[in-house]
Design a protein around this ligand. Structure first.
Ligand code: GN1
Ligand code: MG
Length: 373
């Protein structure tokens, strides 16, 4: 069965009616495969939907993952009745997935919108910061114990280093010799990068419900006024740290180079983007953050960037089983781009903290500037 027939068959299992008009592959996302499918409905109108083939190598427990998503989307939908929200379609027997023995499928409403993979427009970045901050606030009263850990240790940086070491030892396709310089750097910064994880383990940072994959292209924007409509990609919503969401968003949005740029040496932190995102994010969250959370926000950017470098490098050494790649060195370029960015973040950490403190002073109701500096 070709993919067109397959997508039509899956749509029917999700009870979609009308004539199947066509589909388009969406090339965003490094893990799952996404398609837009279009139907001519019995009322004569065209309607689009999104179908995703969930990557079960990455997500070993897809049914639990869908349970998380169902609970979280419904919780958010209840908070904003009548507004645009993500909604998953059900099969005739009320499931929100189809497992056909080979693949794991799900289907959502299609929200007309625009996304950005790189952005320098201050207002758009600020709106993205607000959207991720608001997302966290919407879930602040969600019972954390109801969530499955869909990828155990997802942002456990020490675990990511261990996985890298295992890949180094195994070296199954002989790529180790190419990456000595990259490894040396990652080992040199290991303790600093793992500090966030250590603070979490020591109970010094509170667990919250976090998104954990806060790339700016996971925010849908209104095509006309660039306001943020909705946060998508809820696969990794789990208990986590505020720094996981903040740090991951910055490492993606405030990189002067694309995440997989072959000009990785030019990767650096765009301070204007950093400021705008920080201000939007803290506008929503400043009043709920602890002192230690605030003081580790700049560190979290460095930690998440180094952590992703270890993940890309692990995947490169293992012959790319996890992240989608378009050419053999793709994961190596990604690794190096994160490394270069992390070096600049390290150099700019004090400036980042100053910007964070300015926003805190602006948004936190009882902020006392002298106590923050
Ligand atoms: C993956 O598939 P996508 O683009 O949403 C990954 C993130 C990485 C990101 C790097 C579940 O996200 O953790 O930061 O690639 N998601 C998962 O581009 O591993
Ligand atoms: Mg994702």
């Amino acid at each position: 069965m070709d993919i067109r027939e397959k997508l039509e068959q899956i749509s029917r299992l999700f009870c979609i009616e009308g004539n199947f008009v066509g589909y388009r592959t969406i090339h965003v996302g490094n893990v799952n495969q996404t398609y837009e499918v279009r139907f001519l409905r019995p009322d004569g109108k065209h309607k689009s939907y999104l179908i995703q083939n969930v990557n079960t190598y990455a997500f070993r427990r897809p049914v639990q993952l869908m349970e998380n998503i169902d609970q979280v989307t419904e919780h958010i939908r209840r908070k904003k009745p009548g507004q645009i929200a993500l909604h998953f379609h059900h099969t005739a027997d009320r499931k929100i997935y189809v497992a056909d023995g080979e693949n794991f499928w799900r289907m959502t409403n299609y929200i007309p919108s625009i996304t950005y993979s790189s952005v320098i427009d201050e207002q758009v970045v600020r709106n993205a910061g607000r959207a991720f901050g608001e997302f966290q606030m919407q879930l602040s009263d969600f019972d954390i114990t109801k969530l499955h850990e869909t990828i155990p240790g997802f942002h456990n940086t020490r675990l990511r280093y261990k996985q890298l070491m295992d890949a180094v030892k195994a070296n199954p396709v002989g790529r180790l010799y190419e990456v000595q310089g990259d490894l040396e750097y990652l080992m040199r910064v290991k303790e600093d990068a793992c500090r966030l994880t250590d603070l979490q383990k020591a109970g010094l940072l509170p667990l919250r419900v976090t998104h954990n994959d806060t790339k700016i292209n996971n925010v849908l924007f209104h095509p006309d006024d660039q306001s943020a409509l909705v946060v998508i990609d809820l696969d990794t919503v789990m208990p986590g740290l505020v720094g996981h969401d903040f740090g991951d968003a910055i490492r993606f949005a405030a990189n002067t180079e694309p995440e997989d740029s072959p000009n990785y040496r030019d990767a650096s932190l765009d301070l204007d983007v950093f400021s705008a995102f920080t201000d939007g994010f803290l506008e929503m969250t400043a009043n709920t953050l602890t002192h230690t959370e605030i003081e580790t926000l700049a560190l979290s950017c460095f930690s998440l960037t180094v952590e992703l470098a270890t993940r890309f490098l692990t995947d490169y050494l293992l012959d790319d089983p996890y992240f989608k790649t378009c050419y053999p060195e793709h994961n190596l370029m990604r690794t190096r781009c994160q490394i270069a960015l992390s070096q600049d973040m390290h150099a700019q950490r004090d400036v980042m903290m100053e910007i964070i403190h300015e926003s805190i002073a602006k948004w936190k109701k009882d902020a006392c500037p002298s106590a923050l500096s």
